[in-house]
Design a protein around this ligand. Structure first.
Ligand SMILES: NC(=O)c1ccc[n+]([C@@H]2O[C@H](COP(=O)([O-])OP(=O)(O)OC[C@H]3O[C@@H](n4cnc5c(N)ncnc54)[C@H](O)[C@@H]3O)[C@@H](O)[C@H]2O)c1
Length: 401
């Protein structure tokens, strides 16, 4: 008989994982507390920017390998994919594990001996061990569980491919857990499965995202220095990257998304004195967003001073990264939110987003027709294909280089 798997939290990570596991001949229960999420999935109203997700979902539901529920049920595997945001507590930024522990509370009554619990949500070092203690405390009748932390490192827009093909880390609370859960992943992952302890796996995930944050901060800091010296950042980076051992990233308008601006705090909050570079990186990347906002305000004012009228402007790109529809923690959203407090003469153009903050996005053609200024905030591939120089007097400021 097929093993049963409860996937808890059907968002960016949980839904594709549930579909993939269901197509590997497990019986999957996809669980989400949000009734709208379940209703949207049932009517296939899901992320169109995720290739093959819809077909995989249809196949799993048709074959009855995937059932959608609001609460967990008896299973052999419980996979936690709930959000892990940050919160302010005692004037400090700290991880908020409420959703992870709510998910655990919801399946504790259904646990039986020899079940497996897998945490895919990003968590601070030592949390998997705490989860083990928490569960055994509530269920002293159970004497054996397999528990492991298995981080995700997928790219939104290519999640199904990366879930299948990326190298995965499986970190158990003991060898038996690591082996049992690594064997589970082997059923639907073709990438390498690397085995370790839960604490190392937790640290690896956080190190990956802190590394990205620090490297982006370096590029953003260079852009500030180039700006001060009136030289082109992109030319400096292009030339510098000809060094065989140097690979500087591109600067941008700050850092967004559910992971990179959030996860370094999971390390900083517990290791405050020794995480100086990570704190500095957070500060530089946040400063970059504030700088871009102030610069846009100044450029609007300059136009007014020169032309004795307010310009009509368009913001190009609002997602947290190129070619994605994800606007979580997106710096562009922050910038537009601030600008719109005392300026309404603008369009927002983003082919991946229809509406945000009650603002409907517009087509690039309409924006070209109407605008005096284009502020490029995120450079989607679709923008690169359009010749913006067709309008003679259009002023373009590109913050992506
Ligand atoms: N999105 C990414 O690219 C990515 C990459 C790597 C790791 N992660 C990590 O994976 C985790 C999930 O991220 P996501 O982007 O999928 O989040 P998400 O916000 O897209 O989805 C989370 C889902 O969990 C549901 N949920 C919350 N509490 C619940 C509960 N108690 N029971 C059942 N459902 C519940 C929510 O309704 C939501 O639908 C996070 O810890 C994140 O850091 C995300």
């Amino acid at each position: 008989m097929n093993k049963k798997v409860c996937v808890i939290g059907l968002g960016y990570i949980g839904l594709p994982s549930a579909c993939l596991i269901a197509n590997a001949s497990f019986n999957v229960y996809g669980v989400d507390i949000d009734k709208d999420v379940i209703a949207n999935i049932k009517s296939y109203n899901i992320d169109l920017n995720e290739p093959s997700l819809r077909s995989l979902l249809k196949k799993s539901i048709k074959r009855k390998n995937l059932k959608l529920l609001n609460i967990p049920t008896i299973s052999d595997f419980f996979l936690i994919c709930t959000p892990t945001p940050i919160k302010f507590l005692n004037k400090q930024i700290q991880p908020d594990l409420t959703f992870v522990f709510q998910a655990i509370d919801s399946f504790i009554p259904y646990l039986k001996n020899k079940d497996s619990i897998i945490i895919e949500s990003t968590i601070p070092i030592g949390t998997t061990e705490k989860i083990k203690e928490y569960i055994f405390n509530f269920r002293p009748d159970i004497n054996e569980l397999y528990i492991a932390y298995c981080p995700e490192r997928v790219l939104p827009g290519n999640i199904i491919f990366e879930l299948k093909n990326n190298t995965r880390i499986v970190g158990g609370i003991n060898k038996a857990s690591t082996n049992k859960i690594a064997n589970f992943y082997k059923k639907f992952v073709s990438g390498n499965i690397l085995k370790t302890t839960s604490k190392i796996a937790e640290m690896c995930k956080l190190a990956e995202n802190a590394y990205r944050d620090v490297n982006i901060a370096f590029a953003n800091e260079l852009s500030f220095i180039c700006q001060n010296n009136n030289i082109s950042t992109s030319e400096v980076i292009n030339l510098t990257n000809h060094h065989p051992r140097v690979k500087i990233l591109q600067p941008g308008i700050g850092v967004g998304g559910h992971c990179i601006p959030v996860d370094p705090w999971f390390l900083i909050s517990e290791n405050y004195e020794v995480s100086k570079m990570m704190k500095a990186a957070r500060e530089v990347n946040t400063d970059k967003t504030i700088y871009v906002y102030k610069d846009i305000k100044q450029k609007i004012k300059n136009f007014f001073d020169q032309n004795k009228r307010l310009p009509f402007v368009s913001f190009l790109g609002i997602t947290y990264k190129e070619n994605s529809n994800d606007i979580r923690e997106a710096p562009a959203v922050e910038i537009i939110k601030k600008v719109s407090q005392n300026f309404t003469n603008f369009f927002v153009v983003d082919p991946f987003v229809d509406e945000f903050l009650n603002i409907k996005t517009q087509s690039i053609e309409k924006a070209l027709e109407r605008s005096d200024i284009f502020f490029i905030l995120v450079k989607h591939k679709k923008f690169k294909a359009i010749n913006l120089n067709t309008k003679k007097d259009l002023i373009i400021f590109d913050y992506t280089k």
